[in-house]
Design a protein around this ligand. Structure first.
Ligand SMILES: *[C@@H]1O[C@H](CO)[C@@H](O)[C@H](O)[C@H]1NC(C)=O
Ligand SMILES: *[C@@H]1O[C@H](CO)[C@@H](O)[C@H](O)[C@H]1NC(C)=O
Length: 303
């Protein structure tokens, strides 16, 4: 079973790569030039993306004693749902960073047809606020298994460091958890400055979830990075009732320099990663020049 999934994933990746390589080769140069003209993010935003990619990468390691050289506040884990991550405190930037771990079994997720949605509910949100809000069932169960633990650890940190900014981040399935986790933190610490940085985030909920995340976190505080032809942000498909929240930053070509990253508009921008005909797996495993998942390196954990 597992080996057939792995074979499927590799075959799929190979076919996708060849197909996309053809498309890129066939694309007229004028449209590439127009795309480049609309692109470019600031150097400081690029540095933020690298920083939180490193936190997200470190979350994959079984131990991360000093995330980016900073203080480890809590390493959390729920055995039943296999949900892990850590909370770090950066005293020079005055930030409390919650990083959620993604899945090392990406192929299981991609070949899993169970994209059922369930009514959203998490501690801190009233039933009125979540009316009509539906999210991916597996992601929600995983988030809620650690939500109270994370909230109380963050509350303790904010008691001592009331002016620190809250950051939620993660890669792959960890980024869906970061999205849900940011909504949970925004609900529990209303008005507190916070930002969400996700890398290769799958669609996480329905249009009402996208609207809730945008209003609670604030569109200007959401940075949803997508690397070139990454397949994961293309699933689950919109036809199953899913919709991305804002704002996508599409790193449409390598290398990951400012002029190769475009700020998109809205949740689903047809000129950004939605324009990818066939997604690929290798593009999912590297963000801003860093390997994530099995390729994560321990240097991001201060070792
Ligand atoms: C991110 O990690 C890479 C690889 O360990 C390292 O070279 C780079 O300096 C790190 N950047 C930041 C901002 O942590
Ligand atoms: C937090 O910010 C407020 C307003 O800027 C300031 O008055 C207060 O001293 C700061 N608290 C700490 C612990 O730095």
């Amino acid at each position: 079973m597992v080996s057939s999934n792995v074979l499927f994933a590799f075959f799929f990746a190979l076919v996708s790569l060849l197909f996309v390589a053809d498309l890129v080769a066939a694309r007229p140069t004028t449209s590439r030039r127009n795309l480049a003209k609309r692109a470019a993010i600031s150097q400081s935003l690029l540095e933020d993306f690298v920083r939180y990619t490193n936190y997200s990468s470190g979350a994959y390691l079984s131990a991360c004693p000093s995330p980016l050289g900073n203080t480890l506040v809590l390493q959390f884990s729920d055995v039943a749902t296999n949900t892990q991550g850590h909370i770090a405190r950066d005293d020079s930037r005055q930030e409390i960073v919650v990083a959620y771990r993604g899945s090392l079994q990406l192929q299981d997720f991609l070949t899993d047809a169970d994209f059922a949605q369930t009514q959203f509910s998490t501690p801190g949100l009233s039933s009125g606020q979540v009316n009509g809000v539906f999210v991916h069932q597996g992601f929600l169960v995983a988030l809620n298994s650690v939500a109270s633990l994370v909230t109380s650890a963050v509350a303790q940190q904010l008691d001592e460091h009331p002016n620190y900014t809250l950051i939620a981040t993660g890669h792959s399935l960890g980024s869906a958890l970061a999205s849900l986790g940011a909504v949970s933190l925004a609900a529990n610490f209303p008005g507190h400055p916070m930002k969400l940085y996700t890398f290769g985030q799958p669609r996480t909920g329905n249009p009402a979830y996208a609207a809730l995340a945008e209003s609670l976190i604030g569109v200007e505080n959401i940075f949803r990075a997508v690397h070139t032809t990454d397949i994961v942000p293309l699933v689950p498909p919109q036809i199953l009732g899913y919709q991305h929240h804002a704002t996508q930053y599409w790193n449409f070509a390598d290398p990951s320099v400012t002029t190769n990253v475009k700020e998109c508009s809205g949740g689903e921008d047809p000129t950004c990663s939605d324009s990818v005909v066939l997604g690929t797996i290798p593009a999912h495993l590297e963000y801003f020049g860093q390997a994530l998942g099995v390729g994560s390196v321990s240097s991001v954990c201060g070792e």
